[in-house]
Write a protein that binds this ligand. Structure first.
Ligand code: GLY
Length: 386
């Protein structure tokens, strides 16, 4: 069960009221607050959660330049004593050595279990800080202040935390729910346009996986969301958070339904792996093209109408996201390398590949019967090299 409420706050005149989405997980329940100008009010939201007026902020070099001062000022105004720790920006920071240094620093700050560690940043900061909080003193509280669109609609919600291993991404981690998520629409204004589009793919994912009305709305309003029209982006983020919160509330540990949130991921991870998890293909871009393939493959199997696959492809392409193999990296992918990479995805279960496939836009399911033999001709038809 999830609830949405309008939250009263000290908003700038003319700014829409923030919206609160509750993630209902019994004693681990928490609010996601979505609105404009929230960073400068963070202290007022955080102070009531603290057992003592003390906190620490973990952020990265890029986010620190853009947003740390605003958060610090807001915490100071609420009387919260604070210190901060800055890690180098980028995926490379999600590693064991950074985790160890961060945990030692948190201990040196005498952070106790009931204190709150604040993660200010995108997915890397949220995952690293969340995992440090999960293991510090066997579990310390933390707060997510996501600064990318992707983190606001996906990675900051639901308690998946992790670092990378040399054997793969996110392979060492824990489920550890935050105590609060503050999604400020204004911080999105400093994001590079490409990163914004990549985050938008995860918003489309919620429509494609389970909500045709939301997909319809995105077809009409997607450009307004990408232009950061405050009302439109707040609606898209809130709707995405409601969808994720509802799924997480029903299946916190991905025993079943939560796997639907991986729509586009098994296909997408293969392209990310081959392109080196970097600038050649951002995660959200991989998810966009992965969703295109998931729907096209569903149509190829006869599960889904081809017109739904075409409609999804057209919307993603109109939003500047990769929708054909030629638009992914340098466009050259060997079919066997792709299938091999899909077989190593962490969603593999009992050695079998798992895909999220579709019956229609807004109606998806978990398929465990997909063989390499079935994928081979399909991927060649999509442009992979034999
Ligand atoms: N990003 C997928 C999940 O949180 O389950």
């Amino acid at each position: 069960m999830t609830e949405t409420t309008k939250t009263s706050s000290t908003q700038k005149p003319g700014a829409p009221e923030p919206e609160t989405v509750r993630v209902a997980l019994g004693p681990r329940s928490y609010d996601i607050v979505i609105g404009a100008d929230l960073l400068s009010q963070a202290g007022a939201y955080i102070a009531p959660l603290l057992p003592r007026p003390k906190s620490v902020i973990v952020t990265d070099t890029n986010v620190a330049k853009a947003h740390l001062k605003t958060l610090q000022t807001s915490l100071e105004a609420a009387g919260i004593e604070q210190a901060h720790y800055v890690v180098p920006a980028g995926e490379a920071s999600k590693n064991f050595s950074q985790l160890e240094q961060l945990c030692d620093w948190l201990l040196s700050q005498k952070i106790e279990r009931e204190d709150c560690v604040i993660a200010l940043g995108g997915g890397v900061i949220g995952d690293l800080t969340g995992f440090a909080a999960a293991i510090l003193r066997r579990g310390t509280r933390f707060i997510q202040i996501p600064t990318t669109l992707l983190a606001q609609v996906d990675s900051s919600i639901g308690g998946k935390t992790a670092v990378n291993s040399s054997l793969g991404k996110n392979l060492i981690g824990a489920f550890h729910q935050p105590d609060l998520v503050l999604a400020d629409m204004d911080v999105l204004k400093t994001l590079p346009e490409r990163e914004l589009r990549a985050g938008y793919a995860e918003i489309v994912k919620y429509g494609a996986l389970g909500d045709i009305e939301f997909f319809d709305w995105l077809e009409t309003n997607g450009q307004k969301v990408l232009a950061l029209d405050t009302k439109s982006v707040a609606h898209a983020v809130a709707q995405s958070c409601r969808a994720k919160a509802a799924i997480v509330a029903r299946d916190e540990r991905e025993a079943g339904e939560r796997a639907l949130l991986n729509l586009g991921h098994t296909f997408g991870h293969a392209f990310e792996k081959i392109t080196g998890y970097g600038d050649a293909l951002l995660h959200g871009e991989a998810v966009a093209y992965g969703m295109v393939l998931a729907f096209a493959f569903s149509a190829h199997r006869g599960d889904c109408d081809g017109s739904d696959a075409t409609r999804l492809r057209a919307h993603l392409e109109a939003c500047g996201l990769p929708a054909t193999m030629a638009q992914v990296g340098n466009g050259a992918f060997d079919v066997d390398a792709l299938i091999d990479a899909m077989g190593q995805d962490k969603k593999v279960k009992a050695g079998k590949m798992r895909f999220i496939l579709a019956r229609a836009l807004g109606d998806t399911y978990i398929a465990e019967d997909v063989s390499a033999e079935a994928l081979h001709p399909f991927l060649i038809a999509q442009g992979a090299r034999p």
